[in-house]
Design a binder for this molecule. Structure first.
Ligand SMILES: Nc1ncnc2c1ncn2[C@@H]1O[C@H](COP(=O)(O)OP(=O)(O)OP(=O)(O)O)[C@@H](O)[C@H]1O
Ligand SMILES: [Mg+2]
Length: 239
């Protein structure tokens, strides 16, 4: 099943075509990678999907329903959550409270808030942070701040999770842990769409990879196909 699909998606910033006529899809149950050099349009694509940015060019559908034109909270409510390339956490609030806020959003109206609290605790443990519950989020390391963001996104109970550079700036051990986390998220039945520069991670966890360059889709395929794709190799070697 196509959980996410985009057709002819474009976005201009003044004279700059950040995205040009991009078609893409993600099937339910997949881990799909979105790669490309700096400025390729990856984050712009996520911003359009999550309605952090809007466009009048192209159509984006989630679970078969057109979401172009909806507000971010409406899209989140439908089951699509995201994290941010530069973390956007509530720095002065404890790690657990950050996740609790996501949980409160994710529980059906009328559900006791104790249920949200329990969910938040479980998710903080799931991302490996149960020891840091009361730590103000701003005092966590970058890797742990990113984990808080993942837990908060999961707390909204998504069917599709967009991860924008979860692994940037992490050491090899942390990258391995992050790869395991992504796999564990998919094992919970959540489809994952990831932007990542860490090639080892992308090649290791993704079922399929989409490559952007200067706002255009230049390739799409299995990790193996992408690694052997001439256009992709040229773009990366040419950097
Ligand atoms: N809000 C904005 N206003 C103006 N230009 C923007 C805006 N957001 C992105 N851009 C430009 O659009 C292009 C695509 O940016 P985008 O952030 O989508 O790239 P990216 O592939 O995520 O790159 P990176 O790997 O560096 O995160 C870049 O040239 C960027 O400078
Ligand atoms: Mg980006």
């Amino acid at each position: 099943m196509r959980i996410l699909e985009g057709e002819g998606v474009s976005k201009h910033f003044g004279g700059l075509a950040a995205l040009s006529n991009v078609d893409f899809h993600v099937d339910a149950g997949e881990i799909v990678g979105l790669i490309g050099p700096n400025g390729a349009g990856k984050t712009t694509l996520f911003n359009l999907v999550s309605a952090a940015l809007t466009t009048k060019q192209g159509v984006i559908k989630f679970k078969g329903r057109k979401i172009t034109g909806l507000k971010p909270h409406q899209i989140c409510r439908m089951g699509l959550a995201r994290t941010f390339q530069s973390v956007k956490i509530f720095g002065n609030m404890p790690a657990l409270t950050n996740v609790y806020i996501g949980s409160l959003f994710g529980i059906p109206a009328g559900t006791p808030s104790a249920y949200a609290a329990k969910g938040a605790e479980e998710l903080l443990e799931f991302v490996g942070l149960s020891a840091s519950k009361v730590t103000p989020a701003k005092d966590l390391t970058l890797v742990n701040q990113k984990r808080v963001e993942v837990a908060r996104a999961l707390a909204t109970k998504p069917e599709l999770l967009l991860l924008d550079e979860l692994m940037a700036g992490l050491n090899p051990t942390e990258v391995a842990q992050a790869m395991e986390l992504v796999t564990k998220i998919r094992d919970r039945g959540i489809t994952v769409f990831v932007i990542e520069h860490v090639m080892k991670a992308i090649m290791g966890v993704c079922d399929r990879i989409i490559v952007l360059h200067h706002g255009e889709k230049i390739a799409e395929g299995t990790p193996q196909e992408i690694a052997n794709n001439r256009a992709v190799v040229e773009v990366y070697l040419g950097e």
